[in-house]
Design a protein around this ligand. Structure first.
Ligand code: ACO
Length: 376
């Protein structure tokens, strides 16, 4: 009798050529290239090309891809009006999920999912998601919406639309590296969600919309916001140790630690730690980095034996704060980047599709007599 595997741990549900994870050794590669090398030397545009084409582009190919992406930065007519009519109290992840879904309403043929059409839809969603987040954030702050600037990279353009001025090269580079690090990660929950939706031969918009909903959860991409809340809650660096020990004593989980696959240091956290250190010094936020280090020290002492280490969300919290992002934009930032991975997986799923339809183990009663309403 087959038994349900809770959380599907250890179950292989698909093949991918995009990213490889060795959770025991703490290795992550995109198409065979170590994540650290990509974070240091690549750009988000180049990394997306890599994930979607399974090879690095030549110069002319990268230029063409970047130009194509930039030509799609502008939102379809009517979208800005829709965003600026939303309640300013709306949460950005709910807003993003809804607005990505609504992009389908502007597509005259939204259901086409042959490889070429799926790519065009993916490119549009990737190009326009930053404008959606930035327009909403400015709307809720009572500021005029800033239209995209095609002269800027994906990362720089987002910060430009958000702040109304071009970011410094250091900030743009730091944000670009964050985008690279979050772009793909095996069959994580949101990617699985996207593939499950795609497997019904539904459309790319539905798959990405569903993935945004999955990412929001605090056990997944929502953890970066919880990390920041925790750092804000700890009054001083010296209070960090007692704070974490108390949480562990009450069996609470510490946001930004632990991972279903990694039982070693998350290689994305290694790079983000360096970035967080540098940015926190540059922006006068050294206490955030020092608190993070103190928390990491306690966690490694208490939990490393159980394979619990910092994950991608832990140092991305400090990094995003130093880049100047509002707390509730942290998870949307994860989404902006992961659209590259979700879309790549949707295309991969469609190229060799079979409907996902697992079994469920019925554990309820049988042979129960129907009791008429009046007799219950
Ligand atoms: N703090 C303290 N203990 C932890 C933590 C943590 N962050 N994570 C796991 N543990 C402990 C659990 O209490 C459990 O202990 P037990 O065996 O004594 O009961 C054991 O480690 C296994 O934990 P599970 O929750 O069963 O592991 P699972 O693989 O289901 O969950 C998850 C992984 C959800 C990431 C978990 O580690 C967690 O909740 N972490 C905090 C939230 C977080 O940072 N999420 C982001 C993950 S990265 C991403 O999605 C981008």
């Amino acid at each position: 009798m087959p038994v349900a595997v809770k959380g599907l741990e250890g179950i292989v549900a698909a093949d991918t050529r995009m990213s490889f994870i060795d959770g025991e050794k703490g290795v992550l590669e995109y198409v065979g290239i170590e994540i650290d090398a990509l974070a240091r030397h690549s750009t988000f545009e180049e990394t997306t090309f890599l994930l979607w084409n399974l090879r690095l582009p030549k110069r002319a190919e990268l230029d063409a891809f970047s130009t194509d992406l930039r030509s799609r930065y502008e939102l379809p007519p009517g979208m800005e009006q829709r965003i600026t009519s939303l309640p300013t109290s709306a949460q950005p992840m709910h807003m993003l999920r809804t607005m990505i879904s609504s992009l389908a309403l502007h597509d005259s043929d939204p259901n086409r999912n042959d490889p070429a059409s799926a790519r065009v839809k993916a490119l549009n969603i990737l190009a326009q998601a930053p404008a959606i987040v930035a327009a909403f954030d400015r709307h809720r702050r009572g500021l005029p919406v800033v239209r995209p600037n095609k002269a800027l990279s994906f990362a720089a353009n987002f910060l430009y639309m958000l702040n109304g001025k071009e970011p410094t090269p250091t900030m743009a580079r730091a944000f670009d590296a964050c985008m690279i690090l979050h772009a793909d990660h095996g069959l994580n929950n949101s990617t699985f969600t996207a593939r499950v939706i795609a497997s019904t031969l539904s459309d790319v918009y539905s798959a990405i919309t569903g993935a945004v909903g999955s990412l929001r959860g605090p056990l997944h991409g929502g953890a970066n916001e919880d990390v920041m809340k925790m750092l804000n809650e700890i009054p001083t660096v010296s209070a960090s140790e007692a704070f974490i020990k108390h949480k562990l004593d009450t069996k609470a989980k510490i946001a930004g630690f632990g991972h279903r696959v990694y039982k070693a240091y998350d290689p994305r956290a290694t790079y983000l730690k360096t970035l967080a250190k540098q940015l926190s010094e540059d922006t006068g936020n050294r206490d955030l980095y020092e608190k993070s280090q103190a928390i990491e020290g306690v966690m490694l002492r208490e939990k490393a034996a159980k394979g619990i280490y910092p994950n991608v969300d832990f140092y991305s919290a400090t990094t995003y704060h130093c880049i100047g992002l509002q707390l509730d934009l942290f998870t949307p930032m994860f989404a902006l980047s992961r659209i590259a991975g979700w879309a790549g997986h949707v295309i991969e799923q469609l190229s060799d599709n079979r409907l996902f339809r697992p079994d469920v183990d019925y554990v309820g009663p049988h042979g129960v007599a129907y009791v008429p309403l009046a007799e219950r």
